[in-house]
Design a binder for this molecule. Structure first.
Ligand SMILES: Cc1cc2nc3c(=O)[nH]c(=O)nc-3n(C[C@H](O)[C@H](O)[C@H](O)COP(=O)(O)O)c2cc1C
Length: 197
């Protein structure tokens, strides 16, 4: 059987931060679970924010040519997406948001050009989302989850599981909670297995 393909996206500017540490564990778990995992570190990419020029109106193709096109193709080719972003002002990090906004070109293709937007997403494409924030409020992840609902709709992904941790601020804070790391590893492994069926 062919290995399921997963794309793992590191959305924090910190390379060794809390979300990166958790995502690395999930990647390890997914590989142990038999998936082929490609990793994208958003801070290493050259990606302009969406300039809202709607160059995509003709063919659904973004007119800004940078690392977005490669990232988009990797994301669309994968059966699974593991995305990790910290909470920044109750939404995702700027790096993550830039990537999301550039997918407006796909939204234009689906809703304005092809008119296929309302079709239900393929059951096989699933996403695992990991996030952390420093505070502990009940609504800490509400903004992000609402954004993601609409983003995943555009890229035909279903949110399979979330790993959301409160009270983590400084680099390395997550290491004080080995149970979170275990949970991320197990989630990655289970994710790989879910994608196989
Ligand atoms: C620009 C910025 C905005 C932040 N906004 C929030 C916030 O709205 N709520 C919160 O609880 N923590 C906030 N934080 C704290 C981060 O979520 C926290 O430090 C987290 O552990 C960072 O994850 P990382 O190590 O994966 O980058 C913010 C941090 C930064 C740098």
């Amino acid at each position: 059987m062919e290995k399921p393909k997963i794309i793992a996206i590191y959305g924090s500017p910190r390379r060794e931060g809390n979300t990166a540490t958790l995502l690395k564990k999930a990647v390890e778990g997914a590989r142990d679970g038999g998936a082929e995992v490609e990793e994208i570190v958003l801070r290493d990419l050259k990606m302009s924010p969406c300039l809202e020029i709607y160059g995509c109106k003709n063919a659904g193709e973004c007119r800004l040519k940078d690392d977005f096109q490669t990232a988009r193709d990797q994301i669309l080719a994968a059966q699974g997406l593991m995305l990790a972003s910290p909470v920044f002002f109750y939404t995702v990090s700027a790096h993550t948001k830039i990537l999301m906004d550039r997918f407006q070109s796909l939204w234009v293709k689906k809703y304005w050009i092809d008119d296929t937007g309302k079709k239900s997403p393929s059951a096989e494409r699933k996403a695992l989302f990991i996030s952390v924030g420093a505070t502990r409020g009940k609504k800490l992840f509400d903004g992000i989850l609402l954004s993601l609902k609409y983003f995943f709709d555009v890229i035909d992904m279903k949110l399979w599981k979330t790993l959301l941790y409160r009270g983590l601020d400084f680099e390395g804070d997550v290491l004080k909670f080995p149970e979170y790391l275990d949970e991320a590893y197990e989630a990655g492994k289970e994710f790989a297995n879910t994608l196989k069926v």
